[in-house]
Design a binder for this molecule. Structure first.
Ligand code: ATP
Length: 237
C-alpha cells in the first residue's frame, strides 16, 4: 500500500513585510493529508487558513519549509511552472462562485480548458458535459449565472474546478453564502468527489456543521495547528 501523503507540509512558514513589521500568518506547520481525504480547516479570523490554502493550491509560495503535493515539490517551482501546475492539478472553489456573468454555465466550465490547445472542440465539449452532469446541473448548461440559484451557481463553479480532472480541490468557505439546504447538497457533492472520485479536498470553513461533513477537521490558531493527536497522521512517519 502506498502510504505517501498526497499533501505533505514540513516546517511550512509564510511571512509578509508590512512596513517595518513582519507578519507571519503561518508558522512552521507540519501536516500530512492522505490521498482522497476531505479535510476541513477551522480557526478564528486571521489564523492563517486562507494563507495555508493558497500555498497548497500553488497560488502563493512559502517563505520557508517544504510543501509537496502529489509528489511535486511546489517550493522549488518557478512562478510560471507553479501556474502551469495549478491549472492541471488544482481546482479552486470560492465562497462567491466567481462565475463570469455574461457566459452560460457551459461556457464558464469550458473556460479553463481553452488554455489546453491539445484538446479538440469535441473533447472539450465532452469534458464540460461530463463535469456538468457529475455535479447534477446538466439541465442548466445554457443558463447564465443570474438565472441560477446560489446552490446552482456553486455547482457550476465546482464543475469548472473539476473539468480539467485535478487530483486536488481547495475550497474557501464554499457554503458560506448558501441556505442550509443548498449548503448540505454542496457538502454531499464534495463528500462524493472525495469518496467516489478520489479527489483530495481541503476546505476552509467557519461553520462547524460544514466541517462535520469532512472526514477530518483541524484547527489553526495564530498560524499553527492546534495540538491534536491526528494533526500529523502517524502512519506516515
Ligand atoms: N498579502 C498579505 N500581506 C500582508 N499580510 C497578509 C497578506 N495575506 C494575509 N495577511 C495576514 O495574514 C494573517 C492571516 O490571514 P488569512 O487570510 O490567512 O487568515 P484567515 O484565517 O483565512 O482569516 P479569515 O477567516 O478572516 O478569512 C492576517 O493577519 C492577514 O492580515
Amino acid at each position: 500500500m502506498d502510504t505517501t501523503p498526497f499533501i505533505r507540509c514540513r516546517q511550512l512558514s509564510k511571512s509578509y513585510q508590512k512596513g517595518s513589521n513582519t507578519v507571519t500568518p503561518l508558522q512552521e506547520l507540519d501536516l500530512d493529508v492522505p490521498s482522497g481525504e476531505f479535510l476541513a480547516l477551522m480557526g478564528p479570523s486571521g489564523s492563517g487558513k486562507t494563507t495555508l490554502l493558497n500555498l497548497i493550491a500553488g497560488i502563493d509560495q512559502p517563505t520557508s519549509g517544504e510543501l509537496v503535493v502529489d509528489g511535486r515539490n511546489l517550493t522549488t517551482l518557478s512562478r510560471a511552472d507553479l501556474t502551469r501546475w495549478r491549472s492541471q492539478h488544482c481546482g479552486y472553489i470560492f465562497q462567491l462562485y466567481h462565475l463570469v456573468p455574461i457566459l452560460t454555465a457551459f461556457e464558464n466550465v469550458e473556460l479553463p480548458l481553452l488554455l489546453d490547445k491539445s484538446l479538440s472542440r469535441r473533447e472539450r465539449h465532452d469534458r464540460v458535459a461530463g463535469a456538468l452532469d457529475l455535479v447534477g446541473i446538466a439541465d442548466r448548461a445554457d443558463h447564465r449565472p443570474s438565472e441560477l440559484s446560489g446552490g446552482q451557481e456553486q455547482r457550476v463553479a465546482i464543475a469548472r474546478a473539476i473539468v480539467a480532472d485535478p487530483g486536488l480541490l481547495v475550497a474557501d468557505e464554499p457554503t458560506g453564502d448558501l441556505d442550509s439546504v443548498s449548503a448540505r447538497q454542496i457538502l454531499e457533492l464534495l463528500q462524493s468527489l472525495a469518496s467516489d472520485h478520489g479527489k483530495t479536498i481541503v476546505m476552509v470553513t467557519h461553520d462547524a456543521k460544514a466541517a462535520a461533513a469532512a472526514s477530518r477537521t483541524l484547527h489553526l490558531e495564530k498560524g499553527r495547528l492546534e495540538e491534536t493527536p491526528e494533526a500529523l497522521a502517524p502512519q506516515f512517519d
